[in-house]
Ligand binder design. Sequence first.
Ligand code: ASP
Length: 433
Amino acid sequence: MFVVTKFGGSSLSCAKQFKKVRDIVLSDPMRKIVVVSALGKRDANDSKITDLLYILHAHLKYSVPYEDVWKIIYDRYVEVRDDLKLDYKIEDELDLIAGQLDKNIPQDYLVSRGEFLAAKLMSRYLGYEFLDAKDVIEFNYDGTVNFDATGRKTKEKVAQLKKVVVPGFYGAYGNGVIKLFSRGGSDITGSIMAKCVNATVYENWTDVSGIMVTDPRIVKNPKSIKEITYNELRELSYMGANVLHEDSIFPVQELNIPIKILNTNEPECPGTIISNECKDNSQAITGIAGKKNFVAITVYKDHMSNEVGFLRKCLSIFEKYDISIEHVPTGIDNLSIVVARDQVEKCLYELIVDLKQELGAEVTLWEDIALIAVVGRNMAHKCGLCGKLLSVLGENGVNMKMIDQGPDELNIILGINNCDYEKAIKVIYDNLM
Ligand code: ASP
């Protein structure tokens, strides 16, 4: 039986945080696989080691003096070791990296050292074995994870070493060259480890007591979510909720391994459980998320609805420009294609010309749209929820430009003006949660 336990950068920012991590890990003997991020910020003005490593790489690449940046990184690891009074010469590892600091050092390798060094320290501190992610997480050459090879190697190593600390955020191709996941990717490492050992639970320790119902920068002290399904979380993450790396959900969802979001600074708080078996049905809405800066391109043509293949022709023009489409609300003689602004910025005018010429249609543009996702597994078959949503927004002067509900009734997507975004989220939270 395994519990996979991942700690983010804020749980590893200094010796005091390392001590909290040790108390948590050693309080449950099932916590046999510990995944760590690089050291995070000690306070709001501090820097994350990962950010410093990217800066260091840029300095090296452009032959700018880099010694000051390297010294900050070096000192942070030495300071944690000293404060923990660990009998471990981390200088040997740091000097090995220092010897490779030149123009040609691969970025992924250099940046991965943040997690590597944090895992070295943590393994000594816990008395666990260090298991290098490059020896277990294998990437295919197209950049996807090779789950067969990764599963085999992980099982083998864990059986041999028993209790391990694994650096997050990277793995290696079959030839041993290190490759990073995208930012925040230690979540993915934890999830892959959990899948490989078929963990009973994947714990993700951070600095908040669970997932909040909505963005705390918009709603002050929002409630936190006790239980949420993987699919609800994916809807919220997709629409901008910054909780877990999106790619960390699939590996554990497949095996129905629950994920717990927990707070290193308040370990007694129950946090949020993500699973397929949510028992709490008291709330219709689980969470609200959203994003600004979408564009709706509306195509008008008389009798469009009777023209077989019109929609396909229209969408294929977007495909030609490699644009991913968010929503397609339709009328009888018109339809809108809603896309993220940054997707169309470079080709907007060519796209409009193509739509006009190839479809023989009129085209208009509506810019500055925000999309809000109201997500909840308990919304299905609830009468009146949409009505209430629209009426509270209307009463508060928010003009609704688009509304779309997924066929599984798991989410309602609202399209409004960018300038109404914050107000709309507050109104929904205050009146419906
Ligand atoms: N340290 C990496 C980052 O800042 C990975 C992680 O923390 O998950 O993105």
